[in-house]
Every structure is written in C-alpha cells, then in structure tokens.
Write a protein that binds this ligand. Structure first.
Ligand code: NAD
Length: 454
C-alpha cells in the first residue's frame, strides 16, 4: 500500500520504517526541515537501537519530505504521529494534531483515504479530526467531502529502546473504526504483523513463543480509551510498588523480595514492579493527566490515577530528602547523577527524573555533576540552562563527590569498577535509585549503600 506518516519522532519514524520493511511504500513527512534533511542523509535524529539498520534495509520503500503535497494525495493510509505534549490544566496540547489534520484535508485527492490517529489523543479526537478534515477539504476543494476519507484510531504501545521489536512483534494490535470498510484497510496493512509472515531481520529475531498477534477491533472511542487505560495501569503498578517500598523501609523488609513474591502470582506479573525513582518519559505523566482531565469533563474523579501521580512526584523529592538525611547539609556539596535519559536504551529526556532531581539539588545549593552513556549531546542541546557539570565518564561524575545517585539503570553502570569509584569520592555514599546494584557487593567495596526503600 501507499502509506504516509506525519511526524518522524520516536513513534512515526519507527512505524514508517517497519511498514516499509514489510513491503509498503512509505512517505515520512515532518514539519521539521532539519530532521527531514538528516533522515535524507541517512542520519537517525534520536537514539533507538537498530533503527539505522532497518532504515538502510528498507530505503527502497522509504522517502522523506516536509511537503504535504508530496505525502498526502497518493496515500491510501495516512498516519498522524505528531506530538501531543502536555498542555495547560492536564489536557494535551493538540495544536500539532490540528495542524496535521488541516494539512491532510487540504491535500486529499478525493480518492478514499484512511486517516489514522496513532498519536495518543484524548477520547473524542477521532470525531474531531474527522470534522477538521472535512472542513479543510471542503474549503479547499469547494465540494463535499463525503466518501473521500474515514478516520481510524490505532494507538501505539511501543517502548523506546525496544521500539522496533515492539512494532514487529506487538502483544496486540488495536484498531478502532466506526465502519468495517475502514478497519479492513488497516487489517490488510498489518496482515504481515498479525500473521507473522515476514522474514525477520537478523538483528531482530522473532520471539520463539510468538504465534499470531491478537487483533482488537473496536469503535473509535474504545481504542482511544484503551491507550490511556493501559498507560495509567502501568503507572499505577510502578507507584504501587513504590508505596509498598516506603512501608518496606519502615518495617525493614526487602522490597526486591517482596516484589518477586507478589509478581510471581500470574494475576499480578513481575514487570513494572521494580521499586525506585519512578516513571519519567513523555507518556505516563502526560497520559495520566489527560485521563484525569477527560474524566473531569464528565464530572468524574479518578482518585486512583491521581494517587499514582502523587506517589511518583514524591519519589523524586525523596531522593533529595535521603541525601539531606545523610549529608545533613546540601549547600556546597557535590552530587553525581548517573543517567539522564528517562530510562535505559533511549536518549529521550522528556520528563526525565534526573532533570527534576538536578534542579532540586541546585536549588538547595549543591553542585551537580551528570553523566549518561548516550543522552549527553541531547542534554547539552535541550537543557543548556540547567547549571550542572557534564562529565564524559561515570568516574568523572564520581570524582570528589559527596554522594552518587544512580538515576537510570544503564547496563554499563552495573559493570563499573565500583571499588575505584568509591575511592574517587569524597564520601562514598551511593543512592541506588533503581535497585539495580548488588547491596552486598557495594557495601563490600566501601559504599554506604542506600535505596528509596531502605
Ligand atoms: N514516545 C513513545 O514512547 C510513545 C509511545 C506510544 C505513543 N506515543 C505517542 O505518539 C505521539 C508521538 O510521540 P513521539 O514520542 O513520537 O513524539 P516526537 O516529539 O518524538 O515526534 C513528533 C514529531 O512530529 C513532528 N510534527 C509536529 N507537527 C507536525 C505536523 N503538523 N506535520 C508533520 N510533523 C509534525 C515534530 O516535528 C516531531 O518530529 C504522541 O502522541 C505520544 O504520546 C509515544
């Protein structure tokens, strides 16, 4: 099929490249000319394992443009994958979605086109995008839009860091549409993923246990709600274990064992039960806020989702409180932060806990040194106003520090020569914000080893 993707961010580019790999002809369009020029040169604008390899492999089916007149008229399916960042009062800022919808409407050829909301959008956005498309098409063409397009919802569940794996081997595909004809276009598009009929690239092997991928076919509103409900549930799980972690600290229990003990119950599951600093990133914060905002439009309160957000906010404060309790005075102290990205295997800094923690420490008069294996360049570009010392190595961040905080559990941090790290510090205090290191080993090499759960 001829497919166009609007927005070449983490979601849009991944989706476009995977569809091109599966044999579709894909045009990726973005409003950011620099990004498109970089993609044209074969450069990937963000860190995502194997994305460059798959672009290379699928190049014959891919083209990049800033021009809707190139992207829209020949497309049978147009995905909207633009950002929906947090807006005022918790509801997402829909200006990019609005601009994309209007742009599509102006360039539709009149042949039937399925326009798909892949961005995470508030419930009701399918209808809203439909009305924007209709309005701009009719204004531009001076004739009725009936039969020229239909809107579908196809929420995305990929995780940055494993985005390609998640797109080629998803747990499920959700398609929301109010007419069968619309949904069928998307079944055809996703057929190779649903039936797993493609030959996997060598660096992205198919999981052995994977059979056919379940398809959830719903109306528009249900598909939109599935995305919010899924993210809110994952956020709840993280905040739940962090709340239990606070109690574990008080009673002297081992939260890692507690998490394992409850997680092995198949009804609960072990994932998203690692106690620590909590979630960051562009999705959980924004999507829980959006869900609460939507509910309040209907006069509904969502106390459980609100509590998950509050527990998550508190975890960041608890990092500073822990350091204060250990060091007594933060003014004039040096604190090293290991990890800036909101999680390992990405350079995404949106709502990253490290930024918040650094800011809070600076406000209390501490000097902050930071290191990240892949996000330093993006950090310098996006966070130039944050007054921290950027370090080329984790050892440099530890040098003469009064405390070190492991904020992002990059695997390379586990392999550090921790004995040397401890020796380089003024006081060997290590707050393992992700419970990623071995307490006995860290204590043995000379650290005072702390976590947020004891
Ligand atoms: N990042 C994730 O892990 C993830 C996972 C699931 C869902 N989502 C959702 O997917 C959506 C996109 O997220 P992302 O992380 O890929 O965002 P992103 O910020 O990385 O990318 C968005 C892109 O859209 C482009 N853009 C903005 N306006 C445009 C327009 N009118 N036309 C064309 N391009 C335009 C921007 O230049 C940018 O490159 C969001 O709604 C997000 O909530 C994200």
């Amino acid at each position: 099929m001829n497919v166009s993707i609007l927005g070449t961010g983490y979601v849009g580019l991944t989706t476009g490249v995977c569809l091109a790999f599966l044999g579709h002809k894909v045009t990726c369009a973005d409003a950011d000319a620099e990004k498109i020029a970089a993609l044209g040169r074969g450069e990937v604008p963000f860190y995502e394992p194997h994305l460059a390899d798959l672009i290379e492999e699928s190049r014959h089916n891919l083209c990049f443009t800033t021009d809707y007149a190139t992207a829209i008229p020949n497309a049978q399916v147009v995905f909207i994958a633009v950002g929906t960042p947090p807006g005022a009062g918790g509801a997402p800022d829909l200006q990019y979605l609005q601009a994309a919808a209007r742009g599509i409407g102006q360039h539709l050829s009149g042949n039937f086109t399925v326009v798909v909301n892949k961005s995470t959008v508030p419930i009701g956005s399918g209808n809203w995008v439909g009305s924007l498309l209709r309005e701009s098409y009719e204004q531009k063409k001076g004739r009725k839009a009936d039969g020229t397009f239909a809107v579908a919802s196809n929420p995305e569940f990929l995780r940055e860091g494993t985005a390609l794996h998640d797109s080629l081997y998803p747990d499920r595909v959700v398609i929301g549409a109010d007419e069968a004809q619309t949904a069928e276009v998307l079944y055809s598009l996703y057929r190779p993923v649903l039936d797993q009929t493609f030959q996997p690239p060598p660096y992205l092997p198919r999981p052995e246990e994977l059979g056919a991928v379940p398809l959830i076919s719903t109306d528009l509103a249900s598909a939109e709600l599935i995305k919010y409900a899924a993210n809110a549930f994952l956020a709840l799980k993280i905040s739940y274990i962090n709340e239990v972690g606070q109690l574990a600290e008080k009673v002297g229990a081992d939260i890692a064992q507690v998490a394992k003990g409850i997680g092995l119950d198949a009804r609960i599951g072990t994932r998203f039960l690692q106690a620590g600093i909590g979630w960051g990133g562009s999705c959980f914060g924004k999507d829980t806020a959006a869900m609460i905002a939507t509910a309040s439009e209907y006069g509904l309160d969502m106390p459980i989702v609100k509590a998950a957000r509050e527990v998550n906010r508190r975890q960041r404060e608890r990092v500073v409180e822990k350091l204060l309790a250990e060091l007594r005075i933060l003014k004039g102290r040096t604190v090293g932060l290991l990890g800036l990205a909101f999680k390992p295997q990405t350079d995404d800094l949106r709502e990253a806990p490290a930024l918040d923690i650094a800011q809070k420490l600076i406000e209390r008069g501490a000097r902050v040194k930071v290191h990240d294996p892949v996000a330093m360049e993006r950090f310098r570009k996006e966070q130039s106003s944050l007054e921290v010392v950027c370090c080329a190595t984790p050892e440099e961040a530890a040098q003469d520090a009064d405390a070190l905080v492991l904020v992002t559990e990059w695997p390379q941090y586990r392999e550090l020569d921790w004995e040397n790290v401890a020796r380089a510090m003024r006081t060997a205090i290590l707050l393992d914000g992700r419970q990623a290191l071995d307490r006995a080993r860290m204590t043995r090499v000379g650290f005072r080893y702390l976590t947020l759960a004891g």
